[in-house]
Ligand binder design. Structure first.
Ligand code: DX5
Ligand code: ZN
Length: 221
């Protein structure tokens, strides 16, 4: 039974004029990881930031970095994000045909490789990938924006994925869940089998330190 439960605030909802301050609040609240949402205005209808942000963040924090590539050409960005210090890198299986190649590329830098699935992508797409990936990222909103509502078909999907991980003896593969996660639903998402909870608006709206502490309390109940 995997017992890793980590909160990863998504910087997409942070105040970019005060990014260092918000990262320090994440540390103070007890977050273990930061989540970077990389959007290319092609795979998703929004544009965020590139490797430069990581270059500036890395010297000011020891938190683990999880980079979520919502881009049509992840292979061209992976080397930079890996070299700048991402610990985990995920890419979307809907974006590219050569999933094994991209997993191998990430792992060749000694980083954890994750395959991300949109909410209505058949969960079976993760079954083969789970033989090789270090984690699977289940989207619980359509990627592209923070502040959307959690799509509850997730519960059925994580059940199927967890069963498959047992079946193929890959229970060490972590499950990251991203989108619409708040203090109120964090407990049931972890109970369903999630290991890494990404939360943007749930953390950054209001008191960041307090929100993370309350979310962590939910996980410890
Ligand atoms: C959505 C991003 C998420 C987003 C989550 O495309 O991948 O990481 O920042 O934001 P909330 O928690 O507000 O749904
Ligand atoms: Zn994300």
């Amino acid at each position: 039974m995997n017992k890793i439960n980590i909160i990863a605030p998504s910087l997409l909802s942070a105040n970019f004029a005060n990014l260092e301050r918000d990262i320090k609040f994440c540390e103070e609240g007890g977050a273990e990881m930061l989540h970077l949402d990389i959007m290319d205005n092609h795979f998703v209808p929004n544009l965020t930031f590139g490797p430069l942000i990581l270059q500036h963040i890395k010297p000011i924090t020891n938190l683990q970095i999880s980079t979520h590539l919502m881009v049509t050409n992840p292979d061209s960005l992976i080397p930079q994000f890996a070299e700048l210090g991402s610990d985990l890198i995920s890419f979307h299986c809907e974006a590219i045909p050569h999933i094994h190649r991209t997993i191998s590329l990430i792992q060749s830098y000694g980083k954890k490789a994750g395959v991300a699935l949109n909410p209505l992508t058949p969960i079976e797409y993760a079954y083969e990938a789970a033989e090789f990936a270090d984690f699977i990222l289940l989207m619980t909103v359509n990627p592209g924006f923070g502040g959307q509502s959690f799509i509850p078909n997730f519960y059925n999907r994580i059940d199927k994925l967890t069963n498959q991980l047992h079946k193929i003896n890959r229970t060490n593969v972590l499950i990251e869940v991203d989108g619409g996660i708040k203090i109120e639903n964090a407990r049931e998402i972890v109970d369903a089998g999630a290991n890494i909870l990404v939360s943007g608006s749930g953390v950054f709206k209001g008191n960041i330190v307090e929100n993370i502490k309350l979310m962590k309390n939910e996980l410890e109940k």
